[in-house]
Write a protein that binds this ligand. Structure first.
Ligand code: CO8
Length: 261
């Protein structure tokens, strides 16, 4: 473990090939203000540029992953300021990073918190996790992908239910609905997330990037385009030393030694 930098609202460390970012505004249940946005995106971008990092874990506290955008910061914003200032626009950079991200969610993941979790590639939830898009209760709607990513993740029926009522959904329901990859006891959450991240980080980096990109295309486009993209990406893997090594290792009944090239 080593602390990488001094941030005000997040803690950043690395565990071998895994970068760990912990939201750290306990006084506001990790509400996402502009400082959190700037710091979290900067830390994640730094990990993304670092070839020795193969996966990123984003987590919060036991009580809250993040209880949403910071309502105190947002309350007074005018339409003009929102529109011209694009105050949630900076978050999009996070979703574009190549490095796989795991959200390790305990407690509340509401509004922007749920949206942040959905910007990750996998969500691992503690049995205490509560997901929701309660923006409707504040007289607004989700603004950081909630209406789009939640609908694609869990379908129209459940997305409408959650977004129109603002109710919370527990970890079990979230797993059944397909939002969450795994549910584990709260005490085991970080360990499970770190182990999963380490498994991903042990694979060939170029294959992981290609696999993630291809799944993302399925999420973002129509089937025909996705299949075309997948085939191109698949064929391109045969230019890699790691493809030769991975297949040779299988045929020789040994473990592959990937060189990430
Ligand atoms: N913003 C600012 N402060 C918050 C937030 C928040 N979203 N959530 C909690 N807090 C603060 C509380 O004000 C309180 O502060 P204080 O102790 O100074 O009064 C402290 O955190 C603890 O919270 P509570 O006392 O309310 O704790 P409870 O256990 O009683 O309740 C809840 C927990 C149910 C999570 C409750 O705090 C709550 O409902 N929070 C708001 C949830 C919400 O509405 N989130 C959606 C916000 S809108 C949004 O996310 C829009 C997204 C679009 C753009 C995203 C950009 C990032």
């Amino acid at each position: 473990d080593s602390v990488e930098s001094d941030y005000e609202t997040i803690l950043v460390r690395r565990e071998e090939r895994v970068g760990v970012i912990t939201l750290n505004r306990p006084e506001a249940l990790n509400a996402l203000n502009t400082t959190v946005a700037r710091e979290l995106v900067a830390a994640a971008e730094e990990f993304d540029r670092d070839e020795s990092i193969g996966a990123i874990v984003i987590t919060g506290s036991e009580r809250a992953f993040a209880a949403g955008a910071d309502i105190a910061e947002m309350a007074g914003i005018s339409f003009r300021e929102a529109h011209l200032g694009d105050f949630v626009g900076g978050w999009a950079a996070l979703a574009r990073l190549r490095t796989p991200r795991i959200a390790a969610v305990s407690g509340y993941a509401l509004g922007g918190g749920c949206e942040l979790a959905m910007m990750c590639d996998l969500i691992i939830a503690a049995d205490t996790a509560k997901f929701g898009q309660p923006e409707i209760n504040l007289g607004v709607i989700p603004g950081m992908g909630g209406t789009q990513r939640l609908t694609r993740a869990i379908g129209k029926a459940k997305a409408m239910d959650l977004i129109l009522t603002g109710r919370m959904m527990g970890a079990e329901e979230a797993e059944r609905a397909g939002l969450v990859s795994r549910v584990v006891p709260a005490a085991a959450l970080l360990d499970e997330a770190l182990k999963t991240a380490a498994v991903i980080a042990s694979k060939s980096l170029p294959s992981v990037y290609a696999a993630k990109e291809a799944v993302d295309v399925a999420f973002e486009t129509v089937l025909a385009e996705g299949l075309r993209f997948e085939k191109r990406a698949f064929y391109s893997m045969f230019a890699l030393g790691d493809q030769k090594e991975g297949m040779a290792a299988f045929l020789e009944k040994r473990k592959p030694d990937f060189g990430n090239d």
